[in-house]
Design a protein around this ligand. Structure first.
Ligand code: AMP
Ligand code: ZN
Length: 110
């Protein structure tokens, strides 16, 4: 999607400090970190949020979830908290699906 911030990050039109990448997903630091480590893990495909998962794209979210421990380990973490905000009532601000991966002094998500 041309007008989507995270699509532009995924396509590298906007540069970021990539912490993990494979064919389906990319992980990069949140610009406003709420923990010692606060990464965003996004699909390269534009999926709006968890309410936009369907039979065609569900393999991508499965892949993303299975890679969270791999990303955590690659970034030297022994554990992490994961948050998906979905829709306005869920506090979502960027409407491209993303997992918040947080660790250490977490000030987000209760
Ligand atoms: P959410 O409220 O779940 O939609 O979270 C969106 C997150 O994206 C927030 O934690 C923002 O700090 C983060 N964010 C917004 N713009 C950028 C950016 N250009 N690079 C990295 N993170 C961003
Ligand atoms: Zn997008």
């Amino acid at each position: 999607m041309t007008d989507c911030l995270f699509c532009k990050i995924a396509s590298k039109d906007i540069p970021t400090d990539i912490k993990y990448e494979d064919e389906h997903i990319i992980a990069f630091p949140d610009i406003n970190p709420k923990a010692d480590v606060h990464l965003l893990v996004i699909p390269k495909l534009h999926i709006i949020n968890l309410m936009d998962i369907n039979d065609e794209n569900q393999h991508i979210i499965t892949h993303l979830i299975r890679k969270l421990p791999v990303i955590a380990e690659k970034n030297g973490l022994s554990g992490f908290r994961t948050i998906f905000n979905s829709g306005k009532d869920g506090g979502q601000e960027v409407f491209h699906l993303h997992a918040h991966l947080l660790a250490g002094n977490i000030k987000f998500g209760g």
